[in-house]
Design a protein around this ligand. Sequence first.
Ligand SMILES: *Cc1c(COP(=O)(O)O)cnc(C)c1O
Length: 232
Amino acid sequence: MPSREDQLAANLAAVRERVAKACAAAGRSADEVTVIAVTKTFPASDVRLLAGLGVTDVAENRDQEASEKAAECRDLPLTWHFVGQLQTNKARSVVSYSDVVHSIDRERLVTALSGAAVRADRSIRCLVQVALDDAEGRGGIRSDGMPALADAIASAPGLTLAGVMAVAPLGGDPAAAFARLAEIAAALRTAHPEAKMISAGMSGDMEEAIACGATHVRVGTALLGGRRAIVR
Ligand SMILES: *Cc1c(COP(=O)(O)O)cnc(C)c1O
């Protein structure tokens, strides 16, 4: 049996190869795309191994699990991303360890994160999560609500507007969804030129996302293996 470190090294090499190929196919340079390792359900020891292999960015989607893991890995030079649906009462905890929050979908969350960031003397990069199928409820704001939410983030103390995030709708064509996201991101940049991040693409659709300009891909399964179903 290969060691966990060998397994992760092989997975990481394969993911980097996929990213490099997708960038080449899109006429982009491979260093335009950052791989974020989505470590949810996996132990802090995996985060430590990935950091040793050169991973710089990790993401989590549940506050309690994330805060414990970030605390165990405090000595590592990692950027922590929060990518899960977020309740306002978790804002204080999330700003204590997150550098980037991808899942901002309503103004109440902006108010809560801003207040918490100011009190903690932290600066948090924020992405607006867009619902690409314009369906309410699964996380993400409808694209027509984007400008107002972006303005709210940009003017909130303690927060900076960094870009957009989306998940391709289940069962749809990811290429079409990410093309739509690219248009939304371009519109955002005309109002907020500094908001350059496009967080899109996961294990199954990173190529399509990179073809549409993703700057950050969020990769779980392809790096760490399959997750057990978690009962909440
Ligand atoms: C779990 C998760 C991912 C990673 O998904 P994989 O298919 O395992 O790569 C990406 N983004 C978000 C928001 C997630 O919750």
